[in-house]
Each structure stands twice: as C-alpha cells, then as structure tokens.
Design a protein around this ligand. Structure first.
Ligand code: NAD
Length: 536
C-alpha cells in the first residue's frame, strides 16, 4: 500500500492512505493542535509516497500472513498507517534473498570504490528527500521536527558518506618471511584480506529510526555484506522509505531487505535463523540479553548497543552556564528518550543550590508541544503504554520518598490531549538506592544528587549495572582526566554533550552493551580477516 505524505500550507504533516489526498479531518486537526500564536511553518509544501509493505528481494510485498499492524502518531494517537507485519515465513524469504545476493550476487565482489559510489548516491538521495524524511520521522516518532530536520536526517546521509570513505581507505596487510619447509628455505608472503561477514541482521529501536538504520546498513554494505533490516514496530515508516531509496541508488535486489514487524514475530526468528551470520542490535537491555542468548545457539557474531543510566557530574569549578545548558540538553533531548541521557545528575555541594535553582528554572521554561512546531522542545512520548510506564517511575519516586523539585504532568492544554505528552520531572532523592536512580526510565525524569568529593562521586557514578556514557563539567583538566579514567563508561564527555565524530567508537560497558560501532570498529564488526599464505 502506498501512503501519501504531504506537508500542508502551515507546515503540518498530513497523510492519507489514498495517495495524494489529505485526510478529511486534516483542517480540524491542524486548527486544534496549533494555537495561532504558536504556528511556525516547519517546511515548504512537499509531497512523497511512502510504502507500508515489506521490502524483500528488491520489491515491496505483503506479509505472507496478510497481517498488518498500526503505526500511531504519538502526538495525536491517530493511526498514521497500517504496515505489513512480517512473520517467520517472511523472515525465511528475506534471509533467502539476502543469502542469494551474498553467495551468488555481485555486491560482495564489486570493488570498494564501486560500493562507495552507490553509498554516496544513497547519501545524496537522503538529502534530496530530507524534508519528507524529517517530517515523516517527526510524525512517526513524535520527535521534534527541529531535531529530525537539523540532526537525524543530515546524520543519516553523513553515515552513508562516512562509510563510503571508510571502505575506500580500508587496507589489508602483508607479511614477509623466510622459513624452511620440506627440506628447503621458502619465501613466504602472507596477505590478510578483510572480507564481508555474510548476511547481517540489523535490528533498530524506535527513538532515532532512520539514523540508526543508516548507522548499521552503511558499514554493512560498505564492507560487501547483504542485510535484513528490522525496524521497530513503533516507527517503521522512515526505514521503508530508506528501502525505496536504496533501490533508487542502485543497490542490487536482495542486498537490503526490510522487515517491519513485532520483535517476537520478526526479530526473534531473524536472530535465530541459520542463514544469518551476524546480528547488529540497538535497543533495550532485556532484548539485548535475549538476542545474545539466541544468537549463541548458532554462533553468530553479535554487537549490542543497549540502555544506560548515565552520570552527569557538575564539579565545584564548572562553568555553570555551560553546565546548566549542557545538562538540559543531555537530559531532556527527545523527552529523555535517548540512550545517552544523563539521568543521574551529581552536583557538588559547593555549587548545588546555585546550579539547581538555575537548572530548574531553565527546565520549567522548556516547551512541551506538537513536535511539528519549531517552538516545541519536548514532543510526546512514543506510546500511551510507555508514558504510563514513565509515570509509574514518577509515582515510585514519590512513594520511595524523593523530594520533588518539578512534578511532570500530562499538559492540560486541550490541543495536546490526544498525544502521549508528559512534562519534565526533577527529583532530589536522598539516596542512590531508589528505583528512579537505578533503572533506565527512558523519559523526562531526572534525579539530582548532591556529592562532596571526587572519590565519592566516581564511586556512586559507577554503582550501576549500566555503563554507556558519563559527563563531567570542570575547568580542571587534571581532574577531568583522572575522573574519565576511573568512570566505568564507554564514553566520557568533559564540558560537552555528545560531541560526535563518526571516526570514534560508540558503545557501552557492563549492561550497556557488547562491542562498539563507529569508524574502524563498525568496519571490524562487518568484516572478517582472512589469511592467505603463499610459500615459494
Ligand atoms: P526494544 O529492545 O524494545 O526493541 C528494539 C528492537 O528489537 C525493535 O526493533 C524490536 O522489535 C526488536 N525486538 C524486540 N524483541 C526482540 C527479540 N526477542 N528478538 C529480536 N528483536 C526483538 O528497545 P526500544 O524500546 O525500541 O528502544 C529503547 C531502548 O533502546 C532503550 O533501552 C535505549 O537505551 C536503547 N537504545 C540504545 C542505543 C545505544 O546506542 N546504546 C541507542 C538507542 C536506543
């Protein structure tokens, strides 16, 4: 089925299953959700058709069962589209297609330069379709359009360009030696060449779907693999658009297959499939553990990018302006639905009162509203179920006795009633043992904790099963290096938040994951070294 996406004259994204026609309630919805004084056009008029079926062997197709599931607009609760629901039979078809394309097709045997050219073409197509993709992503994920347009979609294109260059620059190794063998000395030339792994299962979460999909397919394809990509059932639309752009870029049939569907119906059989050689997963800790167990049965290579409970440390000597702004960003971007969120904010006793006053005032000023509007800082949470889960954490914080500095609520505005909105909560717990301080909430709920010494804060920051990121705000370089060395985290940012360079490793320690993505780490995962040893 083709789903028509248009951006109307006010910049609001509207859609209809009947190509080219806005839904009958379009005007009502627009008027109701955008008070006139807040209206800001998010994009000029544009149009595009989005597929909602599975993408297998270069063609869109219904699920074998004929089943579909609804993808909902988190900002209104309205159904955006019904999407084909892949099951085990479709997994078989997609893996067989990827297997054929890998074993018999041209992709893995093309030169790195040829694959790089195709990836750059894909990057160009992502840029050509940037407005549609950004609006679609904002609509499906409830993510502020200013983020999807300024960050997610440009980054998706950058991912493709980056790994195009990475494969062009990747070199093998040679070794020379002279050894006796069968009665005479031989000259021995050994070559280490990096070959693709095979068929890769790529499984992505809902919070940055297009960015995550390209972050995995770009290195997988650059290295010459074929893949089956399973987006989250909550946000499948931009990945289906990506499938179409892959075809347009000239990626051969079967090299990229896309299977929207539920985790248990599509993801689990994909991970268990004998025809899959490697699994690259980003998502929650429990799913990551289940995938690691399932993949072990067939000895698949696995990389896991999981959740976090990251410490954000504001030292007594911090630049408080930077620390306040950086901490707001680190915690409340995408309503806290970010793996890197700095959800445990440790503030030194000497600056605690000054920092907390300014920080809380700044958070109070954040605008919770329609993600399609440029003035909105926080959009809705992804689903009603997820909002209820986040609210249950807020209730547990109160029940367990944490001081409440800001109590998040469902905003009373009539225009926001259909969506899964929740304003920020700031707790000041007296103990690090509270549930809200230990568990990943994945919503706009922060704990601010007071500390007195570097040794104390490092020990408390490390007292978690997670280890994704940590942040330190200090003017003292020695203190920064000392703390960074002792913090148990895959990534430590000092005086910054997510200052990202695609050449660098991304990932966590402990229960935040296994392996790293980015730069040569992605290329290592999606390749395997082969030794060819020649004696003369
Ligand atoms: P999730 O684990 O519920 O789902 C992730 C993906 O796995 C989805 O596509 C889902 O359908 C699929 N899935 C579910 N069960 C499966 C199974 N048994 N076998 C195979 N696939 C299965 O996670 P989510 O709710 O979509 O995403 C939020 C989580 O992702 C948070 O914990 C967040 O911290 C984490 N995350 C981590 C990173 C990172 O880079 N470390 C980035 C973004 C999100």
């Amino acid at each position: 089925m083709l789903l028509a996406f248009l951006i109307d004259c006010d910049g609001a994204l509207v859609c209809d299953a009947r190509v080219g026609r806005p839904p009958p309630d379009c005007e009502t919805r627009r008027m109701a959700t955008h008070p006139p004084q807040q209206r800001t056009p998010v994009a000029p008029v544009a149009g595009s058709a989005i597929e909602t079926r599975l993408f297998i062997d270069g063609a869109f197709a219904d699920a074998a069962s004929g089943e579909t599931f609804a993808t909902l607009d988190p900002a209104t609760g309205a159904e955006i589209a019904r999407v084909a629901a892949a099951g085990a039979h479709d997994v078989d078809r997609a893996v067989a297609s990827a297997r054929r394309a890998f074993d018999d097709g041209p992709w893995g045997r093309t030169t790195p330069a040829a694959r790089a050219t195709v990836l750059r073409k894909l990057a160009g197509l992502l840029r050509d379709n940037a407005e549609t993709l950004a609006a679609l992503e904002s609509r499906d994920a409830g993510k502020p359009f200013k983020e999807t347009s300024l960050r997610d979609v440009p980054r998706a294109a950058d991912n493709c360009d980056f790994f195009a260059s990475a494969i062009e620059q990747r070199a093998g190794e040679t070794f020379s030696a002279r050894r006796p063998f069968l009665g005479r000395d031989r000259d021995i030339q050994s070559i280490v060449q990096y070959e693709p792994v095979g068929v890769c299962a790529l499984i992505t979460p809902w919070n940055s779907p297009l960015m995550q999909a390209t972050w995995k397919i770009a290195p997988a394809l650059a290295a010459g693999n074929t893949c089956v990509l399973k987006p989250s059932e909550l946000t499948p639309l931009s990945t289906l658009k990506l499938a179409e752009l892959c075809s347009e870029a000239g990626i051969p049939d079967g090299v990229v297959n896309v299977l929207p569907g539920l985790g248990v119906d599509a993801g689990a059989p994909l991970v268990a499939h004998e025809g899959v050689d490697a699994v690259a997963f980003t998502g929650s800790e429990p799913t990551g553990i289940a995938i690691n167990v399932a993949a072990a049965a067939t000895l698949k290579k696995v990389t896991l990018e999981l959740g976090g409970k990251s410490a954000n440390i504001v030292c007594a000597d911090a630049d408080l302006d930077d620390a306040v702004e950086g901490s707001v960003l680190a915690m409340f971007r995408h309503s806290g639905q970010v793996c890197l969120a700095g959800t445990r904010l440790f503030v030194h006793d000497a600056v605690y009162d000054a920092f907390v006053d300014r920080f809380t005032a700044r958070v109070r000023a954040l605008v919770v509203g329609d993600p399609q509007q440029l003035g909105s800082d926080l959009g809705p949470l992804i689903s009603p179920q997820h909002r209820a889960r986040v609210e249950s954490f807020v209730a547990s914080g109160i029940a367990e006795g944490a001081d409440v500095l800001l109590h998040g609520v469902r905003p009373p505005d009539a225009a926001l009633q259909g969506g899964n909105y929740l304003s920020p909560t700031i707790f000041a717990p007296a103990s690090d043992e509270l549930t809200i301080v230990r568990e990943e909430i994945f919503g706009p709920v922060l704990s601010i904790l007071r500390y007195t010494s570097d040794a104390d804060v490092v020990a408390r920051a490390n007292a978690t099963r997670f280890g994704l990121a940590a942040y330190v705000w200090t003017r003292d370089v020695s203190r920064a290096l000392e703390m960074a060395g002792r913090l148990q985290a895959g990534m430590v940012w000092v005086n910054g938040y997510f200052l990202r360079d695609l050449r660098q490793p991304f990932g966590g320690v402990k229960h935040s994951g296994l392996g790293r993505e980015g730069g040569r780490w992605s290329m290592d995962f999606f390749t395997q070294p082969k030794l060819v040893c020649i004696a003369r």
